[in-house]
Design a protein. Structure first.
Length: 599
């Protein structure tokens, strides 16, 4: 399908906005040329998602001068300035894909099932396991009350336990749950557990649900097999969920490839770029209601969705979870606690408003840091190695939290952080986005920071499944805005003490030399496309990823913000021993280093 795709039109049907982009082959490379958007029309009074899509197309036609539509028909193939070669789409309209997962053991098969569902682009509403301490009637009530779009049932290695899996199937059968959309059809259930239990599960569920059976997601204790379950989830998403959402049947008839859930498409793009460049990547999409996090470390892909942390609908949850004092510590000015609470509640009931005053913008950025940090903590907790696998441990490991699995996210080995979502992609100054991501994720060693310029990753994710060259070229040239490289200490010490000396050598021979104390951050000019040689000599107690006291010598790339050297230590430390004045002074100093806000 990659041959004759010279003009591609792609949409992402979001819960509030439908975004359309035009991608054209210019000479021998693909570029994103025009974009249009319109309100999504999945709800009353329209109740037809295609109306919003057509409105977004109409704006593209006006901007590009290309005739795309003949009435309500997309003109294909493209000829000169008329038509397109293919139309592709993603969607999270109507609340996206909402799932429940069930597994025999909470920390093993249930966790693997959760990873499979999240990787397919779902919001996981609840996890049920044989050992989750809920009583049978509580499990049945939960399944009945939540009304998910589908359920993923797993459990047991092949040849292992059967009874626990069948018991879970009986709970689902007893609940006889009704799906969220399309009251007249049976709820889709995917069974991806012990193959020896397939017949028993089929006997229990075949008459009450639309049962699909696929390969076991945990065929052996030491191995996960998430791919077949993820494909089955996306197929059922189209056949059952999207087919019953207003106007989607018509939309599916227009697209050249199946519609993907928006988060699934973003994950596909993150995976593609990590594989192509052979790097470790963390990507984030912070929205109004949820924050999605994606990571690829040594080829292992993980996605989590923090369904209660967002910047409008869920903003009160962020305040409740982190505590108002953790929001206030980022503010370089005095403000009453009640005023912050009022501003947060106003944002929640008026989710489309944007900050009008500088103080409101700084407050929004403070909340965004905490939402990102909370979501990242959740992500690291789920992005772990396989539970239940026997590992050889030496004596020291035995005494070091042996019960905890180590997260796969190793910040000192992270190469790239990509941010997207309104508060990052549309920050008035790019330096604000970089500062928020450094403060929230606290990278260690040498890390490139970038943002998605106009939230194009969903479109490119679905495009990558049919034309990886087009997707990666547009991603690198039009989608990603490189903010710059961040070099950070990976440990801490006494604030104010000398921690490193540096020499920055630019490609034109110019040199900048200096030293820094613990608690500082400095930003140096280094434009996008430029590189510089950096030599940093830490004091003997401090580590930049090479070992304590060991010199870092590296060529680093620039960006629209520049090169950041961050000596505030890890984890970030706020010295509140002398009241808030000391914190306010530090925050103001950091903001000035980034030239983040007007003085």
């Amino acid at each position: 399908m990659t041959k004759d795709l010279n003009v591609i039109i792609a949409t992402d049907c979001g819960s509030t906005t439908t975004k359309a982009i035009l991608i054209e082959k210019k000479g021998n490379e693909y570029r994103q040329t025009f974009r249009g958007e319109a309100p999504t029309t999945v709800e009353a009074p329209f109740e037809d998602v295609t109306r919003g899509v057509l409105n977004a197309f109409a704006e593209l036609e006006e901007l590009s001068g290309r005739k795309i539509l003949d009435g309500e028909r997309i003109i294909t193939p493209a000829q000169e300035n008329i038509g397109v070669d293919i139309y592709i789409s993603t969607s999270s309209a109507g609340g996206g894909l909402q799932m429940m997962v069930a597994g025999a053991v909470k920390s093993m098969s249930a966790q693997s099932a959760q990873k499979a569902a999240l990787g397919a682009g779902a919001i996981v509403m609840a996890v049920i396991a044989s050992n989750d301490k809920r009583l049978p009637h509580e499990k049945i009530e939960l399944i009945r009350d939540l009304r998910p779009d589908m359920i993923l049932l797993s459990g047991g290695t092949d040849g292992g336990t059967v009874s626990h899996v069948v018991e879970l199937a009986e709970f689902i059968g007893a609940a006889n749950p009704r799906p969220r959309l399309g009251m007249t059809f049976k709820l889709p259930v995917i069974y991806a557990g012990n193959k020896d239990a397939r017949d028993s599960v089929n006997n229990v569920l075949k008459d009450k649900t639309a049962l699909r059976i696929t390969d076991n997601i945990r065929p052996e204790l030491e191995r996960e097999n998430l791919g077949p379950a993820r494909l089955e989830i996306q197929d059922l998403f189209l056949e059952h969920v999207m087919a019953h959402a207003p106007g989607y049947k018509k939309l599916m008839s227009w697209t050249g490839v199946p519609i993907m859930p928006t988060p699934g498409a973003v994950g596909e793009m993150i995976r593609t770029i990590a594989g192509k460049e052979n790097i470790n990547v963390v990507g984030v999409d912070i929205g109004g209601a949820t924050t999605d996090l994606f990571s690829v470390f040594d080829g292992a892909f993980n996605r989590t969705v923090s369904a209660n942390f967002g910047m409008s609908y869920s903003i009160s949850n962020v305040m409740m979870e982190t505590g108002i004092e953790n929001i206030m510590k980022w503010l370089p000015f005095d403000i009453e606690e009640i005023d912050i609470r009022n501003k947060i509640k106003n944002k929640m009931i008026r989710p489309t408003t944007i900050p009008q005053l500088l103080e409101d913008l700084i407050l929004e950025h403070a909340i965004a840091r905490e939402a990102l940090k909370l979501s990242f903590v959740q992500h690291k907790a789920l992005a772990v190695g396989l539970k239940g696998v026997q590992k050889m441990k030496d004596m020291s490991e035995t005494f070091e939290r042996a019960a905890e699995e180590e997260t796969l996210i190793r910040m000192e080995r992270l190469d790239l952080i990509v941010g997207s979502g309104g508060v990052l992609s549309h920050a008035p100054r790019r330096s604000q986005a970089m500062m928020m991501m450094i403060d929230a994720f606290q990278p260690e060693g040498v890390t490139m920071i970038a943002v998605d310029s106009i939230f194009m990753m969903p479109h490119l994710g679905v495009l990558s499944t049919i034309n990886e060259k087009a997707a990666t070229e547009v991603f690198e040239k039009d989608c990603l805005i490189y903010l710059g490289t961040c070099i950070s200490l990976i440990n801490s010490g006494k604030h104010g003490s000398h921690c490193l000396d540096f020499v920055i050598t630019y490609s034109d021979g110019e040199k900048i030399e200096g030293s820094m104390s613990l608690g500082d951050v400095k930003v140096f000019k280094l434009k996008e496309g430029e590189t510089a040689e950096v030599e940093i000599s830490p004091a003997k107690k401090f580590d930049l990823g090479e070992g304590r006291g060991k010199k870092l010598l590296k060529e680093v790339a620039g960006g629209v913000v520049g090169l950041v050297i961050d000596t505030r230590g890890r984890p970030l430390y706020f010295d509140s021993s002398k009241g808030n004045a000391k914190i306010d002074k530090a925050i103001s100093r950091w903001n000035m280093a980034f030239d983040a806000y007007p003085t």
